[in-house]
Design a protein around this ligand. Sequence first.
Ligand SMILES: NC(=O)c1ccc[n+]([C@@H]2O[C@H](COP(=O)([O-])OP(=O)(O)OC[C@H]3O[C@@H](n4cnc5c(N)ncnc54)[C@H](OP(=O)(O)O)[C@@H]3O)[C@@H](O)[C@H]2O)c1
Length: 270
Amino acid sequence: MTASAILSKTYKGKWALVTGASAGIGVALAEDLAAAGANLVLTARRVDRLEALAQRLQEQHGIQTRVIPADLADPAAPQQLYEATEGQGLEIDLLINNAGFGYLGEFLRSDLAFQRTMVDVNCAAVVDLTHRYLPGMVKRRRGDILILASTAAYQPVAYMATYAATKVFDRYFAEALAEEVGRYGVRVSALCPGPTESEFGQVAGSRKEEKRKYQPAAEVARLGLEGLVQGKTWVIPYSGGRIQVFAQRFVPRRIITKAAEKMFRPDTVK
Ligand SMILES: NC(=O)c1ccc[n+]([C@@H]2O[C@H](COP(=O)([O-])OP(=O)(O)OC[C@H]3O[C@@H](n4cnc5c(N)ncnc54)[C@H](OP(=O)(O)O)[C@@H]3O)[C@@H](O)[C@H]2O)c1
């Protein structure tokens, strides 16, 4: 069976909740799931974008959609989101914890509120949503959870210190949970992209580097979903990233960390 046939067999007519569905990888995940016949709950802060996406996917694929705006930096948001889907009688069979953002620059000179919010959105909201939707999946003996980590989760990254640390959290959380809940028929996977075409750099305050290769978000989304349904507990969606992560095992972490510091050092730091 082809990967797209497996996706369709798994998700056709089921409800998927995608966080961060207003841009980048979240849009691409929603597009793939809609093509597979999944019904979608789309959430993020920019409601106009969510509504336009929902309408387009409904028309293209004849699926059902719901738009529920939420700011996941608000500690009350995951519960409100959960109550909204429960209140509408939607059984969420696929939870995608995709919303997230980064910051590139010196931690010392960064805004504390921005750093705190990064931890709230990238980590706390992921734990909260997962804890709320997991029991229903276990009860039904089926369900999937995809968590966006990053290749930044494989080593400390100076000038992205908090961001990389949040992504280690996401990756370890996903991989550990996968081992806990597999016995209940629930699959969990950490999707670990490298540089991907999206609005991430703009939000993180980094300039787009012409020499750097950015992977299309559609490719990242497709490989992440395929890995999830194939039962992979983590996916690095490009060969360069897999090679880098493998090779790093043979080099002391201090050396890797120093190399990353040189690579990401802003021009303002002498
Ligand atoms: N692009 C990359 O190179 C890359 C690499 C590795 C991992 N990732 C991970 O992939 C995920 C998606 O990022 P992306 O690259 O697609 O970036 P993006 O284009 O900037 O999209 C980020 C999404 O997260 C949502 N979001 C941000 N803050 C939020 C908040 N407070 N409440 C609710 N939603 C919020 C945004 O929606 P609103 O602004 O409308 O709320 C947007 O939909 C992130 O977890 C990121 O860490 C990205």
